[in-house]
Design a protein around this ligand. Structure first.
Ligand SMILES: [Fe+2]
Length: 270
C-alpha cells in the first residue's frame, strides 16, 4: 500500500492526500483508505497530478464506476464518461449551491474534477459540509426535514438539453431531503434547488422558497472549504454529504478547463 498522508485543509471538511500517484494503478488497500478518507473528510485534494484521459478514468474508478453524465453535448468526444467544464464550450459556471445529478435514481457518490487549465485568479470551487449543516439545524427542523422528500428532474429553464438526455434523465425521481451516508453512517441535508421540481406536499414556489431559505441559513464559512485551483489538482467531492458551487469570478479571456467524472453511488435513504 502506498504511504498515504492525509492533511486536513479546514476544520469542517477537506483534506489533502499525499503519497498517491493517480497515474498509476491504485491497489485495493489504498482504494479502501481513500473511500474512508472521502467519507470522513468529504473533499479530497491530490496535487501535481499529470493524467491522460484513460489514466484519469482508471484513477476515478477507485471511488466507484464512472457513470454517464447528462448534458452530453459537453462530454469529451473520445471519452464520453469525461465531461468538459469549459466556458468556451458554452457553459455557465454553476454558481448556485448544489449536489450533482439528483435526477438519477442512484445519484453519483462522488464528483471528481481535474484542473487542466486554470485562470491566473478566481474560478475556485467551494464545498460545504451538509453533515455539519444538518447537525447545526435546530432539532425540530431536523425532524421536519427527516420526513420530507423532493421530486427531481433535469434543471428547469435550460434551453440546450438534448432530446435524448431529456428522455433518459428527465423523469421524476424522489429522494429524501436527509440521507444517511452509506460509509460514515451520519446524516446530511440533501437536495438540489434547481433539479427539485418540488418538495412532496408543497407547491413548487413554496418548495423553492424553503430550499432557498435553508441554503441561506445553512451555508456559512465555518462549514465551507474553498478550493483555489492549481493546474494538476484533482478534487474529489463526496456528493452524499456536501453541496458545492463554482465561482465565475475569473477573466473570461483566460481559459478554465476542468475534466469532470462522476462515479456511481447508492440510492439515497434516510
Ligand atoms: Fe456540480
Amino acid at each position: 500500500m502506498a504511504a498515504l498522508k492525509v492533511t486536513p485543509l479546514h476544520p469542517a471538511l477537506g483534506a489533502e492526500i499525499a503519497g498517491v500517484d493517480l497515474g498509476k494503478p491504485v491497489d485495493a488497500s489504498t482504494r479502501q483508505a481513500l473511500s474512508q478518507a472521502l467519507a470522513e473528510h468529504l473533499a479530497l485534494v491530490f496535487r501535481d497530478q499529470s493524467l491522460t484521459a484513460p489514466q484519469y478514468l482508471a484513477a476515478a474508478a477507485a471511488f466507484g464506476p464512472p457513470m454517464e453524465q447528462h448534458y452530453g453535448q459537453h462530454n469529451m468526444p473520445d471519452f464520453p464518461l469525461i465531461g468538459l467544464i469549459w466556458h468556451r464550450n458554452g457553459q455557465q459556471p454553476a454558481e448556485r449551491w448544489h449536489t450533482d445529478h439528483t435526477n438519477r435514481e442512484r445519484p453519483p457518490a462522488a464528483t471528481i474534477l481535474y484542473g487542466v487549465e486554470i485562470p491566473s485568479a478566481g474560478g475556485g470551487t467551494s464545498v460545504a459540509s451538509m453533515r455539519a449543516a444538518y447537525t447545526a439545524l435546530p432539532a425540530d427542523e431536523r425532524r421536519r426535514l427527516d420526513g420530507l422528500t423532493t421530486f427531481n428532474s433535469l434543471d428547469s429553464g435550460r434551453t440546450d438539453t438534448r432530446p435524448e438526455d431529456e428522455d433518459k434523465y428527465g423523469k421524476p425521481i424522489q429522494h429524501p431531503m436527509v440521507r444517511t451516508h452509506p460509509v460514515h453512517g451520519s446524516r446530511a441535508v440533501y437536495f438540489h434547488i434547481t433539479k427539485a421540481t418540488h418538495i412532496d406536499g408543497m407547491t413548487p414556489d413554496a418548495s423553492r422558497a424553503y430550499m432557498s431559505d435553508l441554503l441561506d441559513r445553512m451555508i456559512r464559512p465555518e462549514i465551507t472549504y474553498h478550493h483555489v485551483w492549481r493546474k494538476g489538482d484533482v478534487l474529489v467531492i463526496d456528493n452524499r454529504a456536501t453541496m458545492h458551487r463554482a465561482h465565475g469570478d475569473y477573466d473570461r479571456s483566460e481559459s478554465r478547463v476542468l475534466w469532470r467524472i462522476i462515479v456511481e453511488g447508492d440510492r439515497p435513504r434516510l
